[in-house]
Structures are given as C-alpha cells and as structure tokens.
Write a protein that binds this ligand. Structure first.
Ligand code: MLC
Ligand code: AMP
Length: 505
C-alpha cells in the first residue's frame, strides 16, 4: 500500500547489501539489516497496541536501533515524537500528556527513575538502551522481519516535534509526510548528495537537523553515514578521513578549529561542510576557509518548516548570509506591525511558505493562527532582509529566544520557575555571547526585601525541573530590572551589561 515517506526514503533499500551506517566500534549496518530492524520494530509497535495515527514518544540515546524506531513509525503510520535526552521527568510528563502519547520508549535506567512521574498516565512503557538492548528490542526479536507497510498519504502526520514557546509552554509542531519528503528531496539535489557520499553524523537525532536534514537526505541518496553517538573532537578527527561530507551546528566548527590536528590535509578530500541551526559567525566562516580551503555552506531552517534557505553548492557561499530560498520555498520580508511585504533591502520579519511548512501546533489553534497565516505563510519570528543578490541575511529575532550550542531555549520557561523560588521577586533570563555555545544563559534576579536568595539551592531546584542546557550559567542579583515606559523589561539593556561575562570572565 502506498506510504508517501516510506516508499521513497526506506522501501528502495530493502534487500540492499550496501553499508548504511558505520558505527564507532567498527561495526557496519547494511541497508538491508537496517530495513529488517525497521520492519521488526514496526511489528513490535503493532504488538504493543499502537494504531496508525497514535503517538510514540521516544527518549533514547543515539544508536542504529534509535534511528530504526523512526523508520518503524513511518512504516506503521505511527506518529514519531523524539525527545531530547536531557529532558527531566517533569518536562517529559508535559510532552506525553499534551501529545496524548500511547507509548513511551525510554532508556532503561532512566525509565525506572521516571516511572513514578508517569504514574496515573495511560501509557505503555518500553525500554531501548544505548547498547541497542531493551524490552522493546526483545519484543521485536521474536517477530517477523517483514511488515506490510501502512498506507499514508502526503498530508498524514509523520512526526510531532516540540519546540519551546514565548509563553513558556512548548508547542508540538505537526509535520506531515510531505513536509519531510519534499525537503529531503530538495536538499539531496541542492547539495548534490549521491550514493557515493559518506556523511560524518555527530548530531543528536531528536531534532530536525540530525534526524530529518541529515538522515533523510542520506536515505534519499542511498548514501552512507558514520554514525557517532555524539560530537566528540577525538572521534571526529579519526573519522573525517573516511567521510565526504559533514553537517553540524556552529559549535562543531569552532571546536574543530580549536583542535591543532584539524587542518587542510585532514579534510582535503571532503566534498561539503554544512552549518545551520544557529548563526555561524562570518569570522568563523572566514577562519574555516583560511584554515582548510573549504567554504562552509550555511543554511537556515526551523522545526516548523524544515529547511528554508541554503547557500549555493555551485556559486558564492557568502559568509553572514543563509543563501537563497530553496526551490519550492517562498520567502518574504514583512513589516512586524502591519504584516505588509517590505522592499528588497529592508529589515522585517521573515515569512515562509512551501511544501516544507508544518500544518500547525497540536492542540493550539490560537497559537497556530497567530503564526501561520491563512495564505500559508509562516511567521518565523526571525528578522532579516533580502540583499541585492537575493541572499537572505538574518539580523535578529522578533522572539525572546536564545540558541545555545544549537539548542533553542525560550527564557520565559526558565523565568516562570525562577519567579517561584524562595526570596525571588522576579527574574529576567537573557542570552549573551559564549565562545563555545554561541550564546549562553544569564539569570538576573530581584531579591525580596529582608530575604536572601540562595543561588546554590535555587540552581539545584532548577536542575530537578529543567534539562541542563536550559539552566543559566551565571546568576546576578540586582535591585530592580530595567523597564521601559510600558513597564516591559528591557532585556537589550541587560544583554549590554552582561555581554562580556563569558568572553572575558
Ligand atoms: C550540552 N550542554 C549544553 C549544551 N550541550 N549546555 C548548553 N547548550 C548546549 N547546547 C551541557 C552539558 O549537559 C554539560 O553540562 C555542559 O553543557 C558541557 O557539555 P559538553 O560535553 O561540552 O557538551 P557536549 O555534550 O559536547 O554538547 C555540546 C554540543 C551539543 C554542541 C555538541 O549540544 C550538540 O550536539 N548540539 C547540537 C544541537 C542540535 O542538533 N540542534 C539542532 C536543532 S534543529 P555540565 O553538567 O557539564 O555543566 C534546528 C533547526 C535547524 O535548530 O535549522 O537545524
Ligand atoms: P528550532 O526552533 O530549534 O527549529 O530553531 C529554529 C531557529 O534557529 C530559527 O528560527 C533561527 O532563529 C535559528 N537558525 C537556524 N538556522 C540558522 C542560521 N543558519 N542562522 C541563524 N539562525 C538560524
């Protein structure tokens, strides 16, 4: 039966003995082995009671099996909800509740700790451990390695990806088969991926970048991946010699540039380096070129839209720009107040429309209406301009968002928790430049009269509630927050005051 995404990305590889994944321990997983695992996992999903359209939430370490779970969901018509491995139990409870998740697949030891938090939820729990073992794998091991693919059309939901929001409440972006497939095919073509490519894959696979951009492109091209559990300079240096391409967030590139063994000889044979998810400093772009002779190809995307723009494969890759809209993607710049389209060169909000753009936020019709116009244009919240040669430059954000090492953090979520802490009147969380993560978090706190904020216990409390990457790296106590005449906190002033604390500590 036709399945829009599976038929194009996965099915052509059934029975193919070519390598798909090269693992850090030297192991190789062929396409056929991968597809057999996918099919047996799809059987296990059905055995577990999941039906097409049901949601499977997954918080597991990166592994061949973890990627196969994604394939199994596509094949069985189950909606795939991947979750950052850093999320705490209380964060997970929100996602599981909001999405109506039917089954949660977690890392064994962590799952035991989460059982209490999940109590009372109508949720099946199964484990998939970092080494590829676990109750889910045991279940699948007894099942068939063939599966009759469930029929899914282009507009059926393939995945639900949560992205945090300005209100502090995370939003589940609904991504269809067509959203994912159209983008994978365009990127494969634009970046000239072929079955001769070997991608060095060190990104996590719970976000758009590592999952859809990287893995889907490789599947579409029938190429290979060196599948590292995480970014590690040592492993990167070892594996680069066998790769033809690499994708990463800017932190990957700045960390590599700091490594003396990373030089032109090591990467002379490489075909392509892609950067995205956060701004790549023009300085890093130039430094990379003078160091290696390669010009990084920077592209721009979002969870809600997949990829929107890319610098060209052939032609000028311009530092400080994210290139031009991809084929099929329309991008306009509009006035933030009126929504009217602006002229070339003027700065405004970036809006995009195309087959890559999601259909809305789950359970949030009002929020969807605010950001997704009836015309189909999605208001990204990024500010930018289109220059005289049609290249898009992102100049800022119209949303209170911090991007740390490629992870998005909405300060509101942290402020809500800080404001509840002992002796805190109110708080403001800002992002300031950080040499490794690009931006990092600072919390500015106002203390209650005659009380004293205990930063140590406050950060312990935060640790129980929030993933580590969302926890501020520095705290400052002030008498009052700067406010404008409308009583709005002036974060720009705070960012100016604390701008050097990580650069010149
Ligand atoms: C890890 N830590 C972070 C962090 N990553 N803190 C802030 N920001 C981050 N991004 C924490 C760790 O828990 C640890 O806490 C400490 O920082 C130092 O850890 P590390 O060992 O140095 O970090 P590492 O594990 O090496 O991770 C850094 C990283 C990783 C950059 C390799 O964060 C990463 O892979 N980022 C990629 C994110 C990504 O894929 N984004 C794509 C989103 S999709 P402690 O306890 O030691 O203090 C998207 C759309 C698009 O945006 O366009 O692509
Ligand atoms: P996310 O919500 O994690 O999908 O992150 C999407 C956001 O990351 C975008 O709205 C941008 O603000 C930012 N982003 C992605 N790619 C780039 C890039 N190349 N340059 C600047 N910002 C980027």
């Amino acid at each position: 039966m036709p399945n829009h995404l599976f038929d194009r990305l996965f099915a052509p590889h059934v029975g193919v003995s070519k390598p798909f994944l090269h693992l850090l321990d030297g192991g190789i997983v062929t396409y056929d082995q991968f597809l057999q695992t996918v099919a047996s996992f799809a059987q296990a999903l059905v055995q577990s009671g999941l039906r097409p359209g049901d949601v499977l939430a997954v918080q597991v370490e990166k592994s061949m099996q973890a990627l196969a779970v994604y394939g199994a969901c596509v094949q069985a018509g189950v909606v795939f909800l991947p979750l950052n491995t850093a999320y705490t139990a209380s964060e997970l409870v929100y996602f599981v509740r909001d999405s109506g998740t039917k089954m949660f697949l977690g890392d064994g030891p962590k799952l035991d700790a989460f059982r209490g938090a999940f109590e009372g939820l109508d949720l099946r729990l199964e484990s998939l451990n970092a080494d590829g073992s676990g109750s889910f794998v045991t279940l699948a091991g007894a099942l068939d390695t063939q599966f009759e693919t469930v029929s899914r059309g282009p507009h059926d939901l393939a995945a639900l990806l949560y992205t945090s929001g300005t209100t502090g409440r995370s939003k589940g972006a609904m991504l269809s088969h067509e959203n994912l497939l159209s983008n994978a095919l365009v990127l494969t073509q634009e970046w000239r991926f072929s079955d001769q490519d070997v991608l060095l894959h060190a990104l996590p696979i719970f976000h758009t970048h590592g999952l859809f951009v990287a893995s889907n492109v490789i599947l579409a091209a029938g190429a290979e991946m060196i599948f590292l559990p995480k970014f590690d300079v040592e492993a990167m240096i070892t594996c680069l010699s066998q790769a033809t391409t690499m994708m990463g967030v800017p932190t990957f590139y700045t960390r590599l540039l700091d490594e003396p063994r990373f030089n032109a000889d090591l990467v002379r044979h490489m075909r392509l380096f892609v950067s995205g998810s956060a701004p790549l400093l023009a300085e890093s772009h130039r430094q990379f070129e003078s160091h290696t002779g390669h010009r990084i190809l920077e592209r721009y995307g979002m969870t809600e839209t997949n990829m929107n723009c890319s610098n060209p494969y052939d032609g000028a890759r311009r530092a400080g720009t994210v290139g031009k809209p991809l084929p099929g993607v329309e991008l306009i710049i509009t006035d933030t107040a009126t929504g009217l389209e602006l002229l070339q060169g003027q700065v405004g909000q970036i809006e995009v429309r195309g087959p890559n753009v999601f259909s809305g936020y789950l359970n949030m019709p009002e929020k969807t209406k605010e950001e997704l116009r009836e015309t189909g244009f999605f208001i990204t919240g990024d500010l930018g301009l289109i220059d005289e040669e049609g290249y898009v430059q992102i100049v800022g954000r119209n949303k209170d968002l911090v991007i740390s090492g490629g992870y998005n953090i909405y300060p509101k979520e942290i402020e809500l928790i800080l404001d509840e802490q002992q002796a805190v009147v109110e708080s403001a969380v800002i992002g300031v430049p950080h040499p490794d993560f690009g931006e990092s978090l600072v919390a500015v706190l106002v203390q209650k009269p005659n009380e004293k904020i205990d930063v140590k216990s406050l950060s312990t409390n935060l640790g129980a509630a929030l993933a580590r990457f969302k926890q501020p790296r520095a705290y400052f106590i002030v008498e009052a927050l700067p406010r404008n005449t409308m009583a709005k906190v002036q974060k720009n002033i705070l960012r100016e005051i604390y701008k050097d604390i990580f650069i010149n500590p």
